[in-house]
Design a protein around this ligand. Structure first.
Ligand code: UD1
Ligand code: UDP
Length: 358
């Protein structure tokens, strides 16, 4: 069986790393890796391949940045050629980025079945580009790997159910278990000039937060207030860096916060584990905070990972409520076995794809 895996953005490198490892263990399965080139900076891409031991992709489509239409369109055109040439049995996709959507459309149009890891997540907010990507990808998928029970319920509500939906757990939990604890934490803390349990870790990159200058300014002001009593470390996503510069907020950020380049995955896991509180709008980072039992303040109106809020270890806040939530954070609850699949999600995905079991 030949599986064509399509990835392109930072979180997809993390997710694919653990599934690819599980696929390698299976007889009669070969995987061809395609990198769309959606993320391309060394700190957003190359470093992840090295740290996670992902083999060099067979194809790098080099699409780069652009508007949603331009970026997705370039991917679609180039993926056509690759899928035609490789004629895989399955196209395997992750998450909800433009690379996911392009892979889903290209495969479906060429009648190649699609398998989707992280199926069924919904924010119920169609202004989010990711929500459109997820809805459409799930519609054309033949195998849907749901990370949570809530995701299964969402798919059932949309009329997608039955044998094609599998509750496997979250492959990001597998990754955090496999790669957590590998960074030199002392060196990281020294470099950042902070102590364990004595800082706030911040990541912001969602379009809804970066692309509205008033909202971005309110977030920066709130974290500036936090930083008066405790250091705030911001590994800054390139989208956010560009938005801060456009909005004239970069000086304020550099003065008040410890603003650094995006971290490698191993360092990021350590930075999350040792923080007192995580403040984020990232899907992956909010779960990783939970994996390490660190409380999380989510700067969004809703989350796809509803169980984190239901459990009380994460709280959704608007920018004006960030400082109060950081000062009295939600309770940090260590990951409970089973909630996100207990660390065996990737193996389940691989076995189901190979038809050797659930
Ligand atoms: C994308 C995903 C988002 C995911 C995020 C993970 C979509 C619609 N969005 O958002 O769901 O959470 O990745 O990080 O697919 N840039 C660089 N260098 C890079 C990559 C990007 O400078 O290597 C800059 C460019 O200015 C680019 C901007 O970041 O325009 C945004 O990049 P893009 O891939 O379009 O979206 P993300 O915000 O990264
Ligand atoms: N991440 C990282 N370095 C950073 C920020 C994030 O390695 O500076 C990792 C993080 O640990 C998680 C993944 O990237 O595994 C999450 O990606 P991101 O926040 O970009 O996207 P999302 O999960 O919101 O789609």
């Amino acid at each position: 069986m030949k599986i064509l895996t399509i990835i392109g953005a930072r979180p997809q490198f993390v997710k694919a790393a653990v599934v690819s490892r599980a696929l390698v263990d299976l007889a009669d399965v070969s995987e061809v890796l395609v990198h769309t080139g959606q993320h391309y900076d060394e700190v957003m891409s190359g470093r992840f391949f090295r740290e996670l031991g992902i083999p060099a992709p067979a194809y790098n489509l080099g699409v780069g940045s652009g508007s949603h239409g331009a970026q997705t369109g370039r991917m679609l055109e180039r993926l056509d050629t690759v899928i035609e040439a490789e004629r895989p049995d399955w196209v395997l996709l992750y998450g909800d980025t433009n690379s996911t959507l392009a892979g889903a459309l290209a495969a479906a149009k060429l009648h190649v079945p699609v398998a989707h890891v992280e199926a069924g997540l919904r924010s119920w907010n169609r202004a989010m580009p990711e929500e459109i990507n997820r809805l459409l990808t799930d519609q054309v998928s033949s195998l849907l790997f749901a990370p949570t029970e809530a995701a299964v319920t969402n798919l059932t509500r949309e009329g997608i159910a039955g044998a094609s939906v599998h509750l496997v757990g979250d492959v990001m939990f597998d990754a955090a278990l496999a790669f957590g604890g590998r960074a030199d934490a002392d060196a990281l803390l020294t470099r950042l000039g902070v102590v364990a349990g004595g800082y706030v870790l911040l990541t912001i990159h969602r379009a809804e937060n970066t692309d509205d200058p008033a909202r971005l300014s309110a977030i920066v002001a709130a974290l500036g207030q936090v930083a008066r009593s405790e250091p705030v470390v911001l590994p800054c996503h390139p989208r956010t860096m560009a938005a801060l510069e456009r909005a004239g907020l970069l000086d304020e950020v550099r003065t008040n916060l410890i603003c650094v380049e995006p971290m490698g995955y191993l360092e990021m896991l350590a930075a999350e584990r040792l923080a007192r509180v995580v403040v984020t709008d990232s899907g992956g980072v909010q779960k990783e905070a939970f994996f390490f039992g660190v409380p999380c303040v989510i700067v969004r109106g809703e989350t796809e990972w509803v169980e984190l809020v239901e459990l009380g270890c994460a709280r959704l806040v608007e920018p004006d409520a960030i400082a109060a939530a950081v000062s009295v954070p939600p309770a940090g609850i260590a990951a409970r076995d089973g909630l996100y699949g207990g660390g065996a999600a990737a193996e389940r995905v691989a076995r189901i794809m190979a038809g050797t079991g659930p």
